[in-house]
Design a binder for this molecule. Sequence first.
Ligand code: NAD
Ligand code: SER
Length: 314
Amino acid sequence: MIREKILVIGASGQIGVELTMALRKIYGNNNVVASDLREENDLLKGTGPYVSLDVMNKEMLHVQVIRQNITQIYLLAAILSATGEKNPSLAWNLNMQSLLNVLDIAKEEKLHKVYWPSSIAVFGPTSPKIRCPQQTIIEPSTVYGISKYAGEFWCNYYHNRWGLDVRSIRYPGLISYKSEPGGGTTDYAVAIYHEALEEKKYECFLQEDTYLPMMYMPDAIKATIQMMEAPESKISIRTSYNISGMSFSPKEIAAEIQKHIPEFEISYQPDYRQQIANSWPQSIDDTVARNDWGWQEDYDLQRMTADMFDNLEK
Ligand code: NAD
Ligand code: SER
């Protein structure tokens, strides 16, 4: 059996915390090195090794990969859609250069696998709105979406040209209670639960009828690990896989919350993020992921809401 040593870059972020913990359960605490530019997330402290790392510093990254005998990298550092629109060149630089640094080092050191997430943000206003297919018109309108689309094709290129086993998923908006979201357009669907519990009201920055593809974090972690552990023969997509969990609007999530907190009120004050949301599909067709490696979600809006409140109340 090959002994794997994994480096997670961006481990203190919304996905990183939970993915690092899940990987540590599978591969052993000491075989999963968490790293981030910012300080170690409290939930990770004492659960395994942590290094402070700037993924933009290629030399430093290369030294860590060699020093720690790394065999796989999970690259999660990025600037998300809403923050990206405030500083497009910063988002482009981080999102592209981080990936190129990792792909180059992975190729040079012959790493076994690389994971890099893409997003539903690759789709744009000309993509189909309902059940947006794996292969379709892709004309992203945000800098974040452009960087993800370019990144997908860099992954594909490294796989085709150098045989690098790099795999990717186009996550929908992710909802979680363990760590905070990092500046996306779908972040309202996390904030609404916190505000419902604390204030019994929430002012939403999207219109009430804005449907977006979403997913509960346990499903996102499950999908990531399932895809990464699938045999190479099962991976037919080397750009990035569509996956789907659920789709809902602010009005629908508010109605679900009212089943738990009847006095909860929602109001709407759309801002610049409305335009970003309008450019994305409302739902995703993930037939290819289902057929290739057996993807199947566990959570719908009702089950997720019950679980969010159970955990946030604790
Ligand atoms: P996040 O913003 O919560 O976390 C990113 C982490 O990267 C942060 O902890 C940040 O400190 C770290 N980071 C930033 N610059 C760095 C650098 N130079 N060196 C090292 N670390 C650095 O983001 P997230 O939500 O956890 O997203 C992780 C990945 O998943 C990203 O690629 C994102 O585009 C993708 N994704 C997320 C969502 C979502 O809803 N959260 C949806 C689709 C795709
Ligand atoms: N949740 C992410 C965002 O809103 C989608 O990639 O930016």
